[in-house]
Ligand binder design. Structure first.
Ligand code: KG4
Ligand code: ZN
Length: 361
């Protein structure tokens, strides 16, 4: 059995194939990062036009790399929300066309369920890393699992109670964690996407940086990062590095930028790690899963692993960021649970997590 998964909710055109055991057979990702970088962020209209150009070759490559024929595909899964409407439409319509042409079922997938199920796909055979995923995959259902989904669009604490039974505990009230990284990077005159840039620059910071505030949102599982972004802006102004210094003869002191990047990153990491561990203990979880683009952040990964009394699993990076294989994996779970969608399946840009119930058996 093979499921093909299509992901076009944001700025990645991606198609992946998983087999009936959830093994990733291919996972092709065409990223638009370079195209949007010149605007300092994602331009929705540009994104959807690029998906139109990329979807067919990416899909063909995914089938070729999986070593299968079109006739070997048993179902087509596609993200139908949440995400950018114009981008979602491209992937979903392509999926409908493919499903009609092949005469196989169409399965709609919630992008956030997909992120969580990225941790259930079996990494490709040539990936020999130990991601700590196996114990989770076996134990889900006995005890809940806490999932922190952190990306450019989302910061969510999701409780996976049993397979397919998600409970959204809390999310950001304003900016997503990745969005905060991107905005802080802009203030500091760093490139888009800001996350990797902030991490790189912060490595050169002195150890005694003046901390920035933490928004704890006590008594809730919610987050807020817009105040921190403002705090970065205010301190950058005070230090005279914002607006960015245009005079090449006296560029901003790299040490000042490094210290501010470090203070920002420390604040985000501290809040994410502390709140995730606190919620996982309270909900009597057996472990923590970290997914989403921000899961690439070294200090976030290291601090979570170091501080958590529970086992932590972080899928390989290609299954953390937006990708087709995680949609195929979630599609497989949906398919096994009998989900079949009709041609009237529409995109839902604000689709919530936990709106479908699935089972792995
Ligand atoms: O999951 P993703 O690829 O796309 C979305 O669904 O948003 O996440 C992209 C986000 C961007 O905001 C980017 O700045 C952030 O992930 N990111 C990082 C790092 N690498 C990517 N944030 C912090 N540290 C990183 N190393
Ligand atoms: Zn995503």
């Amino acid at each position: 059995m093979n499921i093909l998964g299509i992901e076009t909710s944001c700025d990645e055109t991606s198609v992946g194939v998983v087999d009936g055991d959830g093994r990733v057979k291919s996972n092709v990702i065409a990223t638009q990062i370079d195209i949007h970088a010149r605007y300092g962020g994602i331009v929705p209209e540009v994104a959807s036009r690029q998906h139109v150009l990329d979807i067919r070759p990416v899909c063909e490559q995914a089938v070729t790399e999986a070593g299968i024929d079109w006739g070997d595909i048993d179902a087509v899964a596609a993200t139908h929300g949440p995400g950018l409407a114009g981008s979602l439409i491209v992937g979903l319509n392509f999926a409908k066309g493919l499903s009609a042409a092949l005469g196989v079922p169409l399965v709609g997938v919630n992008h956030m369920d997909g992120h969580v199920y990225g941790a259930w796909a079996r990494p490709p055979e040539d990936d020999d890393g130990d991601h700590g995923l196996q114990p989770f995959q076996e134990r889900v259902g006995e005890q809940p699992i806490m999932c922190l989904v952190v990306s450019g669009g989302h910061t969510e604490l999701v409780l996976l109670e049993e397979h397919g039974v998600f409970r959204l505990l809390g999310e950001t009230r304003d900016d997503a964690a990745g969005e905060a990284f991107d905005k802080a990077a802009r203030v500091l005159g760093l490139r888009y996407p800001g996350g990797p840039e902030i991490q790189r620059v912060a490595e050169g910071a002195p150890t005694d940086v003046e901390p920035l505030p933490r928004a704890w949102m006590r008594g809730t599982d919610e987050f807020s990062f817009s105040g921190l972004k403002t705090a970065v802006l205010n301190r950058a102004r005070k230090l005279g590095i914002y607006p960015p210094v245009e005079n090449p003869a006296s560029p901003a002191d790299p040490q000042i930028i490094a210290a501010l990047a470090r203070a920002f990153q420390d604040s985000v990491v501290d809040v994410l790690v502390t709140k995730t561990i606190g919620a996982a203990k309270r909900e009597n979880c057996s472990g923590i899963v970290l997914v989403g683009g921000v899961a690439a952040n070294g200090p976030l990964r290291e601090t979570l692993v170091a501080k958590s009394p529970l086992p932590v699993a972080i899928p390989p990076f290609k299954l953390c960021t937006d990708n087709g294989a995680m949609i195929a994996m979630s599609g497989l779970v949906n398919y096994r649970n009998g989900r079949r969608d009709d041609w009237d399946l529409d995109v839902i840009p604000n689709l919530r997590i936990g709106t479908s119930r699935l089972s792995l058996n």
